[in-house]
Design a protein around this ligand. Structure first.
Ligand SMILES: Cc1ncc(C[n+]2csc(CCOP(=O)(O)OP(=O)(O)O)c2C)c(N)n1
Ligand SMILES: [Mg+2]
Length: 323
């Protein structure tokens, strides 16, 4: 299906905002003013946006430690996120979550996760709730090539199949789990999607550095799951442009590897090349989107830096949910 001009601009804008957010954080973190660990999503934008552009606020996603891209793609307020990462009182989670636990249930973003493999079981729970609601809603578990080795992921996949939960296991294979290469860490069968297949799920595979391939493939996955066929899985081949965490010197990368992936597998560049070659959008359209994304992030950062920290008197509130 051909996307409209507005849909193309929106998709590119979402990717450009994620890229600008992460590039800015890469610099902000060096100032020492941001507490805690931060894992940047730069390079993987087409995966989050290609998946989430199909979703509504009442579809759920559960994210990982590398969650900023998923949050933005699902509709979390960017300024609220920047304030959250800066630990401010009016951050999206009142400054109590930081980078690794951002959540906004009002847009179906159930949370980033510090624990690798913790997201998949949560997504199955959300999918079961969606099934009971009967409105055709789904839950997405974003997981990495490292998380695919976790027992929790296997248990969650089995439970989803047994209960026919409308859950989609999205494996973003960025070829590294911390500092360990996928080639070493994943067993002899390197086909991550086949693990979901082994539990009886239908699976798809797509180029996660190509928005269009991800988006089109994801539509098929969603049609299948929303039709009541139970869970499914998709593996997205993608690249991580930054280190595992900010401060990681990435000495485990091969010579020239980072330059090569930035040159050959940049999803924003690929999007630009495709839509301009097809005459769907012009370079000026895309430049304007890039400029707007940078301006938004500039404002978000200035406001976050100036915002007030939480009152220490509130440190024990928001620990438990009140019904
Ligand atoms: C249960 C658990 N084990 C180990 C860690 C440490 N850890 C944090 S991120 C990570 C790698 C995850 O790799 P992957 O799933 O490929 O995600 P990526 O970092 O590539 O996005 C590890 C081992 C953790 N947070 N939780
Ligand atoms: Mg990985």
């Amino acid at each position: 299906m051909q996307l409209s001009r507005d849909q193309l601009l929106r998709a590119y804008s979402q990717m450009a905002i994620i890229r600008a957010f992460e590039e800015r954080l890469h610099d902000e973190i060096k100032t020492g003013d941001i507490a805690g660990f931060t894992h940047l999503y730069g390079g993987q934008e087409a995966a989050a946006v290609g998946v989430c552009e199909h979703l509504a606020d009442d579809d759920f996603i559960v994210s990982t430690h590398r969650g900023h891209g998923h949050c933005i793609a699902k509709g979390c307020d960017v300024k609220g996120m920047m304030k959250e990462i800066y630990g401010r009182a009016d951050g999206l989670c009142k400054g109590k979550a930081g980078s690794m636990h951002i959540a906004d249930v009002s847009v179906g973003m159930l949370g980033a996760n510090g624990i690798v493999g913790a997201g998949a079981p949560q997504a199955v729970g959300a999918a079961l709730a969606a099934k009971m609601d009967g409105k055709g809603k789904v839950a997405i578990a974003f997981s990495g090539d490292g998380a695919c080795n976790q027992g929790t992921t296997f248990e969650a996949m089995n439970m989803a199949v047994v209960t026919k939960a409308p859950c989609i296991f999205v494996f973003e294979n960025n070829h590294y789990s911390e500092h360990t290469g996928f080639d070493y860490a994943v067993g002899t069968n390197k086909d991550i999607a086949s693990r979901a297949e082994a539990f009886g799920m239908k699976v798809w595979r797509a180029n996660g550095s190509d928005f269009f391939d991800t988006f089109d493939t994801m539509r098929e996955v969603l049609d299948y799951v929303r039709a009541g066929n139970g869970p499914a899985s998709i593996e997205l081949d993608t690249e991580r442009f930054y280190g595992h965490f900010e401060g990681d010197p990435q000495r485990y990368r091969g010579p020239g590897e980072l330059d090569r992936i930035r040159e050959e597998r940049d999803c924003l560049k690929a999007f630009r090349e495709k839509v301009t070659a097809a005459g769907l959008l012009g370079h000026a359209d895309l430049d304007a989107v890039d400029a707007a994304a940078l301006a938004l992030i500039e404002e978000a950062t200035t406001e976050a830096r100036a915002a007030a920290p939480p009152d220490p008197a509130n440190v024990t509130t928001d620990v438990y949910v009140t019904y």
